[in-house]
Design a protein around this ligand. Structure first.
Ligand SMILES: CC(C)=CCC/C(C)=C/CC/C(C)=C/CC/C(C)=C/COP(=O)(O)OP(=O)(O)O
Ligand SMILES: O=P(O)(O)OC[C@@H](O)CO
Ligand SMILES: [Mg+2]
Length: 236
């Protein structure tokens, strides 16, 4: 079986852009999973499951409901070590490198080991970098850390490269779920130029134009959650 990471690397090297649909188990109506998946863009590559404050049970039930109706690989995007279920395929093993809270740099990661050690989940070590999206994000609130201002392009790209030097396999630039201002194109292109590992961008992307702008600037993978939560949304 080819690993998710090797698929991501192969797509990135061919310049093929990937799209992830983010499902927040805390808000998701599992009984409507089939209808939800039908209205998702048919070119979506992965389902991401996670939220800042979702419980273990919510996470497991949502992954099960999605698995029933979709063949797409499911990647956990955990706000905490509770959000781990073997029903998924992989996990973004996040370290919040923009912040200085040891609990989100290494504490949660250690707490996750008993669940991950003997699981079949593919582990995707990810440098998670929170940038200012124009309003306080759930990640900021939960992690008690400050985002990096969007004007600090050097600091953002140095943080990303420090992540790569530390052995992370992915960099995730996050403006926060429901951000007013998505990560800017200048930041995306500077980070892309600086690192050699694939780049994920998310937070506040709601239109085809914003999606395209992120891809053109250098995002290999874009994550969209909030825009798809609205059942009448058909914009992407
Ligand atoms: C590696 C393991 C087991 C855990 C990682 C723990 C870390 C470092 C988490 C980073 C900080 C954090 C709280 C991330 C949450 C990421 C996420 C799923 C965000 C989505 O945001 P929503 O929860 O949808 O926000 P809203 O509630 O505002 O919609
Ligand atoms: O919900 P949205 O704003 O699309 O953000 C997606 C993701 O990057 C949040 O963690
Ligand atoms: Mg959300």
């Amino acid at each position: 079986m080819t690993s998710i990471y090797s698929e991501i690397l192969a797509s990135a090297s061919r310049g093929e852009k990937l799209l992830c649909v983010l499902v927040d188990p805390e808000k998701f109506d599992n009984t409507k999973a089939e209808a939800f998946l039908k209205r998702m863009p048919q070119n979506a590559n992965y389902l991401l499951v996670g939220g800042s404050t979702a419980t273990a049970q919510q996470t497991e039930q949502t992954v099960e409901a999605l698995k029933k109706h979709s063949k797409l690989p499911i990647i956990l995007f955990p706000g905490s070590h509770e959000q781990i279920t073997e029903e998924a395929d992989a996990i973004l093993f996040l370290s919040l490198l923009s912040g200085r809270n040891p609990e989100y740099l290494i504490g949660q990661q250690i707490k996750s080991v008993p669940k991950l050690q003997f699981s079949g989940l593919e582990i995707l070590p990810t440098a998670y970098i929170l940038v200012d999206g124009g309003k306080e994000s759930a990640v900021q609130r939960v992690s008690q850390t400050e985002p990096i201002g969007q004007s600090k392009v050097n600091l953002i790209s140095e943080t990303a490269l420090a992540g790569e030097f530390s052995g992370k396999n992915l960099v995730y630039l996050e403006a926060g779920s429901g951000a007013k201002i998505p990560v800017g194109a200048a930041i995306i292109s500077e980070v892309k130029k600086t690192i050699t590992i694939p780049l994920i961008v998310g937070g506040g992307i709601r239109s085809k134009e914003q999606l395209q702008e992120a891809y053109t600037a250098g995002a290999d993978i874009v994550v969209i959650g909030t825009a798809f939560e609205d059942a009448s949304f058909t914009g992407i």
